[in-house]
Design a protein. Structure first.
Length: 108
């Protein structure tokens, strides 16, 4: 697998997966202090898994009904859940200039 980041990148290690949130995010915890953080995947925008403002925005932009987008959101969450296992050790590659979103979630 080839890993590239735009600009300077850094690595975060000693993490384990604790929860899959949806198709483009999960929670990880530091294996030493058990501190948890939410991680969003850079470059991936999976459909929503619950009704929200973002779902309405996606409906307008894609011209697809919300119920269909919610179904796709559940399928994307299931896909990610099948690819990763809770408790799996992971290493995050983060862009130095783009490390956190406006909600404080880690971008990797």
């Amino acid at each position: 697998m080839q890993l590239k980041a735009y600009g300077k990148a850094y690595i975060k290690t000693h993490l384990k997966i604790t929860k899959v949130v949806d198709g483009d995010g999960l929670f990880v915890a530091n294996i030493f202090n058990n501190q948890e953080e939410e991680v969003r995947f850079l470059g991936i925008d999976a459909p929503e898994v619950r009704r929200s403002k973002k779902l309405k925005q996606d409906e307008r932009e894609t011209h697809l009904p919300g119920e269909f987008l919610l179904q796709l959101g559940q399928e994307s969450k299931q896909f990610l859940s099948n690819k990763v296992s809770i408790g799996t050790s992971v290493t995050l590659m983060m862009e130095k200039q783009n490390s956190y979103d406006s909600y404080g979630r880690t971008l990797a």
